[in-house]
Design a protein around this ligand. Structure first.
Ligand code: SF4
Length: 399
């Protein structure tokens, strides 16, 4: 089998000073992580992948995303090491989108300057709120001013593209003025924003608190109201609500995330990282120590693999297409169950047809994404003609 060529790479930097209350990511709590062991593990994994022969890096990568964890804990030289590991020429060209995540408390001028020198051109800041009581409840280490200072630092060091994350839908027992958080984030005037609804994953302190009845998650009304309020306000201020959780000024959509939504191949390096090498999806073991030990021994640290084909592939394509404002082209005939369902969504304000005939969910529809996709897939299975699903392509610039 020929190796799959990938132009999009994710690298996971798992280290955090402590675990936030709600966090379910593949995190290694560490007081003072150093970049060398992380580089060594990534390099070892690249060596094991080369021996396997199933994937090949494109000579020029289109997108690189360093996420975590807290990559900014690894200091100013962390990204120069990433460039070395990925290989000469792959990142030093104008077309690359290279994003690195940072948390405000560890993103200072030295880190920003070092990352900029290495070639990083986009910063994604984990902010979550601008309210002290909310940040304390979440277990965040930065204060309410943290995001403003971090955005100013990024601007000073020449990052033209910065993204800020906020979490909405907190338990009603946590006093939070969502409108005030939207005011603060709008005042930052960053080109990209991501908004995530709080979920209680089992195994997290929040998940345990919910299971034991000590915390009650936001009711549906609060969750929906905050999401729709944000969408309306951000769109009124010139942001495009281009995917369930993402908003961008024109020309600032995340090209890396677009790869995930398009069904194109991508490679994930590091503990817990996922890769899609069609038709195979695989993911690494989540535990940092197990991962590092395994790759140091020359083996891949893959925890599981699955082939995404047939009806599973079709369901996934529907789900990926409908989560963006690219939508899907629904080639179901007039009078079919699928088309009737789509028309019902349009009538209920959950979807719209674009002038060129694509079906796109509205923010009200995105609140029900999973259910709508399952309903539509069920109707399509009943239709004699299969749909033509044509999600947006990777690497597309929206300017
Ligand atoms: S900083 Fe991010 S990755 Fe680290 S524990 Fe908090 S939510 Fe998880």
């Amino acid at each position: 089998m020929n190796p799959v060529e990938v132009a999009a790479v994710y690298l996971h930097a798992p280290f955090c000073l402590r675990r936030c209350f709600y966090c379910d990511f593949a995190v290694d709590v560490h007081r003072s992580p150093e970049p060398e062991p992380w580089w060594a593990a990534l390099e070892a994994e690249c060596g094991a992948l080369a021996s396997e022969g199933r994937v090949r890096l494109a000579p020029r990568l289109d997108t690189v995303y360093v996420g975590g964890g807290t990559p900014s804990l690894l200091g100013p030289e962390a990204m120069a090491g990433v460039a070395r590991i990925l290989g000469p020429g792959r990142l030093d060209h104008d077309g690359v989108e290279w994003t690195a995540e940072a948390n405000p408390e560890s993103f200072d001028g030295g880190v920003a300057a070092g990352w900029r020198r290495a070639g990083v051109n986009r910063i994604s800041l984990g902010t979550q709120s601008f309210q002290e009581n909310v940040l304390r409840w979440m277990g965040r280490l930065h204060g309410a001013e943290g995001a403003e200072q971090a955005v100013a630092t990024a601007r000073r060091e020449g990052f033209a593209s910065t993204s800020v994350d906020l979490i909405f839908g907190l338990p009603s027992t946590v006093p939070r003025d969502w409108g005030a958080d939207l005011d603060r984030v709008l005042a930052l005037d960053v080109p990209h924003l991501s908004l995530y609804g709080l979920t209680a994953e089992s195994g997290t302190p929040l998940g345990r608190a919910v299971a034991e009845g000590r915390t009650v998650l936001a009711d549906e009304t609060r969750y929906e109201d905050e999401y729709l309020e944000a969408s309306e306000r951000l769109r009124a201020e010139g942001y495009e609500h281009y995917e369930v959780s993402n908003f961008a000024r024109p020309g600032h959509r995340s090209r890396h995330n677009a790869v995930y939504w398009s069904g194109a191949p991508y490679l994930g390096l590091g503990n817990g990282a996922h890769s899609f090498l069609p038709p195979e999806r695989r993911w690494n073991v989540r535990d940092w120590s197990v991962y590092a030990r395994t790759v140091a021994g020359g083996a891949l640290a893959v925890e599981a693999r699955e082939e995404v084909e047939g009806s599973a592939r079709r369901l996934e394509e529907l789900w990926l297409g409908l989560r963006t404002d690219g939508g899907i082209r629904l080639a179901a005939p007039e009078g079919s169950g699928a088309r009737a369902l789509a028309e019902a969504w349009v009538g209920a304000g959950r979807a719209r047809w674009t002038p060129d005939g694509r079906l796109v969910l509205t923010p009200a529809g995105w609140l029900l994404l999973d259910r709508l996709v399952v309903d539509l897939a069920g109707r399509l299975d009943d239709d004699p003609r299969p749909p033509s699903v044509d999600p947006p392509r990777p690497g597309r610039r929206s300017s």
